[in-house]
Design a protein around this ligand. Structure first.
Ligand SMILES: *[C@@H]1O[C@H](CO)[C@@H](O)[C@H](O)[C@H]1NC(C)=O
Length: 254
């Protein structure tokens, strides 16, 4: 197992790590249908339907996530360069391709290796759209789905989450159950620590997402604030470092 290295230096907002680490609050995909990306690289295409401002939000989100991972994981924009042969890549569009519920965002939790997509069908879809249930209002929202396609799954969906957060079902809109926004994962499909929770994970839905009445849907059970300002949490970065074999100094913003 990889342990981030550390020396006692400090520069900018990056704090060098000095401790050993447990399997703390994070959720990683273990379903073998979805693999980690080879070469730590996620090539992507942005559908031409997006406005320049929307395209810029998506590109900024990819750049921020890559920066927070110390460039150990790369998002490579193929939109203008075309697609190299034998390359798995993600098509980012508003509809998300066939079978994705409307007015929501969606990503597979890793690179799709399902037999239903044999070579040379290397494209997989991701839905990123605006509006209610959408995720284009900020780079933070888009980063949640870019983290998901790397294999980092929703902290608020992990088995045991009810010990840390309360889901107020009475405030939830009609779309949330259709897209499974607050489902708990099957424990056989994720690696997680049910006794710990990361309230600052990029993978968390904002407390007001999918609210039908403006009241919070997700509430902390112990007073720890739920907040992510558009950067990976330390544990997000740590978990992805474990998965992708990165030697990086993870950010500690929260
Ligand atoms: C789970 O998290 C708790 C609290 O941080 C920690 O004490 C424990 O060692 C973790 N479990 C594993 C298996 O790492």
């Amino acid at each position: 197992m990889f342990v981030p290295y550390g020396i006692s230096l400090f520069f900018g907002l990056w704090i060098i790590l000095t401790n050993c680490y447990h399997a703390e609050g994070y959720v990683l995909n273990t379903n073998p249908t979805f693999a980690k990306w080879p070469g730590n690289t996620v090539p992507f295409l942005i559908s031409p339907e997006y406005s320049p401002a929307e395209q810029s939000t998506i590109r900024l989100a990819a750049a921020q996530l890559q920066a927070d991972m110390g460039n150990c994981i790369r998002f490579v924009d193929l939109t203008n360069s075309g697609i190299p042969t034998n390359t798995h890549y993600v098509i980012i569009s508003k509809s998300g391709g066939p079978g994705v519920p409307a007015s929501s965002c969606y990503s597979f939790p890793g690179m799709v290796v399902s037999p239903s997509q044999p070579p040379p069908s290397y494209a997989q879809h991701m839905a990123i759209q605006n509006g209610p249930g959408g995720c284009l209002s900020s780079t933070r929202q888009v980063m949640r789905f870019l983290a998901s396609v790397l294999g980092l799954r929703g902290e608020h969906n992990k088995p045991g989450r009810d010990n840390f957060i309360q889901i107020n079902i009475q405030n939830v809109d009609r779309l949330a159950p259709l897209v499974g926004a607050f489902n708990e994962y099957d424990p056989r499909t994720v690696a997680f620590n049910a006794t710990d929770f990361d309230y600052n994970s990029i993978s968390m839905l904002d407390p007001l997402s999918y609210s039908r009445n403006g009241a919070p849907v997700i509430v902390s059970r112990n007073g720890r604030p739920i907040f992510n300002g558009g950067r990976l949490s330390f544990r997000d970065c740590y978990a992805l470092s474990l998965m992708y074999g990165c030697m990086v100094q993870c950010p500690t913003f929260y």
